[in-house]
Ligand binder design. Structure first.
Ligand code: SF4
Length: 91
């Protein structure tokens, strides 16, 4: 679970040589490289906003939610609506 101030896409940091975020699974060459990425980006209060994987995931969710958007409901043909549209059409 992501905490306030860290990247919301970070999923698992339990592996000693890796980490999993929603966009990628990382395998670091050593602990210092892992620390540089996790502390420098994923867990940093501001730096994660500049991560290219974060930008990719933001775009992914924008596309996903745009494709899942529910189209606006059609206006029901009621007698009142028909009278209103007839009235407006005549003037
Ligand atoms: S900062 Fe980047 S690499 Fe780290 S969890 Fe977020 S998207 Fe993944």
């Amino acid at each position: 679970m992501a905490f306030a101030g860290m990247c919301p896409y970070l999923k698992n940091t339990k592996k000693s040589d890796g980490a999993v975020c929603e966009c990628a699974t990382f395998r670091f060459p050593d602990k210092q490289a892992r620390r540089d990425v996790l502390y420098g980006y994923c867990g940093h209060p501001d730096a994660w906003r500049g991560c290219m994987f974060k930008v990719v995931m933001d775009s992914y969710y924008e596309r996903k939610f745009a494709s899942e958007a529910v189209p606006p409901a059609k206006e029901k043909k009621t007698r009142v609506n028909k009278l209103a549209s007839d009235c407006c059409a005549k003037s």
